[in-house]
Design a protein around this ligand. Structure first.
Ligand code: NCC
Length: 277
């Protein structure tokens, strides 16, 4: 079977169902009063205009000593993940954060101090939780992987003007389908990583995105995160998440020179608005 080429992959992505967050109009959320709880404007509209340039900053240990901070901050919007800090790491990762994608562990585990930490304030937040494939929302609401619903309600009440969304699980599984439909091997049935979700999110919000240290550079290391001391190669290659396949697929969609990937750890993708199919 012939593999899709770069252009075909980009078009397949652009033409699949667009980004979807919970609106509060779906059950059981509607009956629970979520129509008033969820921000009125959907995420795509809350962001006033499309960004021209965006940076996606992976949390990999390999970004240490990259001195990419200034370049990252020069983008119109910067996406970061989970508990990844900027303070103390500005030279390598920059200091600007526009959007943060958080998994439900961040909201459910008190050690992350979700309600208190400044890294979750004054930015757009998008949370996700691995609902079962094609599971219905009622079952997910009763039994999320980590309870993100209660902290979401609290945060919405505390800070109603903050743009804070929950990813619709169908969107996650569409991404998984995209991954599997372009991978020869069987992809294990776990949702894609926050990194992959973030790249696709930014393709719908930005004209051009630069992705840092998602495809490992020559600085690659077993150090899991640039901000802690834990070593595990699974952080880069994946265990629970199909991260290895995600990286192969993103690499196939980019045009950047080998030198840029290897020395900088940067690859570039066009936003959906720039792709003609
Ligand atoms: O590690 P994590 O991801 O927060 O990293 C964010 C994204 O950066 C990319 N990454 C990270 C480290 C690395 N060495 N290489 C990378 O390419 C990945 O794309 C990753 O998604 C997650 O995806 O949400 C994840 O979250 C952590 C953890 O829950 C949070 O950091 C909060 O502590 C997961 N780790 C565990 O559950 C132990 C991780 O599997 C995935």
């Amino acid at each position: 079977k012939k593999q899709r080429d770069r252009k075909q992959l980009l078009c397949q992505l652009k033409q699949q169902e667009p980004l979807r967050t919970l609106t509060g109009f779906e059950e059981p959320f509607a009956s629970l009063g979520w129509k008033k709880l969820v921000p009125h404007q959907p995420l795509e509209q809350a962001i006033s205009a499309t960004y021209r340039t965006c940076a996606v900053v992976s949390s990999a240990g390999a970004i240490l000593n990259s001195s990419l901070g200034r370049e990252i901050d020069s983008h119109d919007a910067v996406l970061r993940f989970n508990a990844a800090p900027t303070e103390g790491y500005e030279n390598d990762v920059g200091s600007k954060t526009t959007i943060r994608i958080i998994n439900s562990q961040i909201m459910a585990d008190p050690r992350h101090r979700f309600a208190y930490s400044n890294i979750y304030k004054n930015i757009t937040l998008l949370a996700w939780d691995p609902a079962p494939y094609s599971g219905n929302l009622e079952n997910w609401y009763k039994k999320p992987d980590h309870n993100l619903f209660t902290p979401y309600i609290k945060q919405r009440r505390r800070s109603p003007s903050q743009a804070f969304y929950i990813m619709h699980p169908d969107f996650l599984w569409n991404l998984w389908d995209f991954l599997q439909s372009n991978t020869e091997e069987n992809v294990h049935p776990n949702p894609p990583s926050s990194g992959f979700i973030g790249i696709i999110l930014m393709m719908s919000l930005c004209e051009k995105l630069d992705i840092y240290e998602f495809i490992p550079s020559k600085r690659h290391t077993t150090l899991c995160h640039y901000y802690d001391h834990y070593h595990d190669v699974a952080c880069t290659l994946g265990a629970y998440h199909p991260l290895f396949y995600e990286k192969l697929l993103i690499r196939r969609m980019t045009t950047v020179s080998l030198d840029e990937v290897v020395t900088k750890g940067k690859v570039t993708l066009p936003g959906f608005s720039q792709i003609d199919c």
